[in-house]
Design a protein around this ligand. Structure first.
Ligand code: GLY
Length: 383
């Protein structure tokens, strides 16, 4: 199956959005998801980088400088945000600055974009808590609720640190990324290959306390998007370090994900909810997991591992992408602002439980371009 039509459709929607919405960014709806358009706001949340990433991907695919100029304007906005320290008291600095600033460096060697990505890496380092040896997920240091908390999503922010070490030769970024990845592997990944969304450590002595969740069904459940962040995050940790334990962990998480895919190969929002009619899907989790599996496949190919597991992962990628395209994309809705339907942000909080989700759109497009054109997204420099 070829996905050129899917890419063309996505790129044309991104162009329409840029023309219609100017320099605003798509956001998650608060509550009512019945109207199928994005909410558009300033650059103040954790998600804006994905939109800029889609603009860069569109530029790489088309060569149309309309996209390049929009991406550069958005990068200027990310510089203002970092300099003004606007809403950056969280770990999602990699999600913000890889698909924007690091992309600007990867795509056109912009020195300003490179500097911005390095400054963002320094910002992320501010969240390192030496006592517990982790990067704190949210809130200020010492925060009673979140001061001792890590989150599986953060694995996708580590590439910014790994890359900063490669760029500068300074080991501190990589050392912190490795320590955080090791701790995440030990405490967020469970023995049956499922995962906690978050884990708490004692802020006084750094000792482990308990697993928990933020957006999952319950503390011990497996939130599908968390599992997907883990698949991709550990595969990228392997890319940067060559540590086979990270590759193995990514494979384990992928196996768990694949074995629990429903009939149409797009997951529900948590593996522990009762599946069936009326249960929300999370198409974004499937798009992220697919990108993680494409990353995994590349490493397995390089290692010459074309075994049954390799075939299972490859089949899962193909089935999921076909289903996303046929059953979830807005390919038949030219006026739609989103590209994938039926993502869920935070079901229990009734925030965007069934909606367009910008990172779902981003990872879907990343997967399409990786499969069709060999363009791999913006989590590492290309060889
Ligand atoms: N990183 C937050 C989320 O995936 O919703």
């Amino acid at each position: 199956m070829t996905y050129v039509t899917a890419i063309e459709d996505a790129v044309s929607k991104i162009k329409n959005n840029l023309l219609r919405r100017g320099d605003l960014f798509p956001h998650i709806k608060n509550g009512d998801s019945s109207e199928k358009h994005y909410v558009w706001r300033e650059n103040t949340d954790w998600i804006e980088g994905f939109y800029t990433g889609m603009v860069w991907l569109s530029y790489e695919y088309t060569g149309d400088t309309f996209f390049r100029d929009a991406a550069v304007r958005q990068i200027d906005d990310f510089r203002r945000r970092l300099d003004g320290n606007v809403s950056l008291n969280h770990h999602d600095i990699g999600f913000l600055y890889c698909p924007s600033a690091l992309a600007g460096w990867i795509v056109e060697g912009s020195e300003e974009a490179r500097r911005l990505a390095l400054d963002a890496a320094d910002k992320l380092l501010e969240r390192w808590r030496p006592k517990g040896q982790y990067i704190q997920a949210w809130g200020p240091e010492g925060d009673p609720e979140n001061g001792g908390r890590i989150i599986i999503d953060c694995l996708m922010n580590l590439p910014l640190l790994f890359w900063a070490s490669e760029q500068t030769g300074e080991l501190k970024y990589k050392e912190i990324a490795v320590k955080h990845a090791d701790l995440s592997r030990r405490y967020l990944v469970r023995g049956d290959d499922s995962s906690y969304h978050t884990f708490y450590f004692d802020q006084e002595d750094g000792k482990p306390v308990r697993g928990g969740t933020h957006q999952g069904f319950h503390d011990g459940s497996t939130w599908t998007r968390g599992q997907a962040w883990g698949i991709y995050g550990f595969a990228l940790c392997y890319r940067y370090t060559g540590n086979p334990l990270y590759l193995e962990t990514s494979k384990r998480l992928a196996r768990y994900f694949i074995e629990r895919m429903p009939e149409d190969h797009v997951v529900y929002w948590d593996f522990d909810v009762t599946q069936g009619e009326g249960t929300y899907r999370d198409s974004s989790a499937s798009a992220i997991a697919t990108c993680g599996m494409l990353e995994l496949l590349e490493h397995l190919e390089q290692l010459g591992q074309g075994d049954q597991e390799y075939n299972d992962i490859r089949d899962a990628v193909q089935r999921t992408m076909q289903s996303l395209y046929e059953n979830y994309s807005t390919r038949d809705q030219p006026e739609a602002e989103g590209i994938l339907q039926h993502g869920s942000y935070y079901v229990r909080g009734n925030l965007g439980p069934d909606d367009y989700i910008i990172w779902g759109d981003y990872y879907y497009l990343e997967a399409l371009l990786r499969m069709e054109k060999g363009i791999p997204g913006y989590w590492y420099e290309r060889g």
